[in-house]
Design a protein around this ligand. Sequence first.
Ligand SMILES: *Cc1c(COP(=O)(O)O)cnc(C)c1O
Length: 412
Amino acid sequence: MKEPFVTLEQVREIVKTHPTPFHLYDETAIRENVRRLRAAFAWNPGFKEYFAVKATPTPGILKILHEEGCGVDCASLTELLLAERLGIVGEEIMFSSNVTPAEEFVKARELGAIINLDDLSHVDFLAETAGIPEKISCRYNPGGVFALDNEIMDNPGDAKYGMTAEQMAEAYTKLMAYGAKEFGIHAFLASNTIKDDYYPALAAILFELAVDLHKKTGAKIGFINLSGGIGIPHKPDERGNDIAVIGAGVRAAYERILVPAGMGDVAIYTELGRFMLGPYGCLVSRVLHKKDIYKQYVGLDACAANLMRPALYGSYHHITVLGKEDAPLDHVYDVTGSLCENNDKFAIDRSLPEIAIGDYVVFHDTGAHGHAMGYTYNGKLRSAELLLAADGSIELLRRAETPEDYFATMIF
Ligand SMILES: *Cc1c(COP(=O)(O)O)cnc(C)c1O
């Protein structure tokens, strides 16, 4: 059973001032989750989470995470400017970009961000455009397939990111010649993993690479960035990750590989997005229409512009019909939005309780890569984002877009 963190009574109250659709976030749960993460890595004195801003680029959310000790992971000029506006600067920013324009490196340097280079050719590019900082990171791609217990998790050999091991060594040597003094290693090998052994396996690969790079180049490795990829359970029968087990698994690899190599002072960084926010946000929408043709359709006031993942990836987002939590799931519906696109379906052949026009539905696990992926196709506008604050009140984090916002870039 997946239970929403909001009730029908609460939604009826909220819609008096904030009409549906809207994204809602749970402040208490967000804070508790950061504290669990930090406890899991408390054994590593330098540990820091750099929240992947792209997942939820919402100031009210970034402030909560920053208060809990998180930095930000940015990958574009606008994300850097957002961090700056929030007063999150210097080494609180990890700039993990790729195909990076010169002006973005310049801004990252100006802010004192830690730069994570995606390619060997970016060493000279950065030297020429913005200069080489003393502390810098390089992104690794081991190639091939990445498997855990014989199960293929992802295909790094097909991914555009990172450098080969040989290129990492060459990059470090060149960077040292340019004056760099402290190095990081970054890799992101699999997305939305719901196995506790992803991070420990990735850590072991990066720790061994660190020992090797230190031996080959003499570079001082200051930190290892395990990046994102820890997933969340989307389906009711999926088990969530246990962050304490993950932290202990990374620690075991650290003590097995880094400590004996005299590298027991390396800091662990993470750049989690989905794990930090996914379960603690939901999309609330209202049923506008029902339709009975060759299939049964339920039409909502939200559409793929508010939550793109089902249309884009076929992702499962669990649906709760508020007030009907205990009703039998004895109807089968396609749950759709209003875009003139037949893939604007939040769910296909989903078993749900009998739905009536006016019902409120909650899409679970939309806190990361949800509102952020929104777009304005068909002139559909992005919704508001609200916070269920720790004191139970509702706070507006971002207003809904208006037609004037849509027209703002147009030349009439
Ligand atoms: C998207 C991204 C993340 C976050 O990924 P999640 O799957 O949300 O944890 C972290 N680092 C980089 C470089 C990314 O591109």
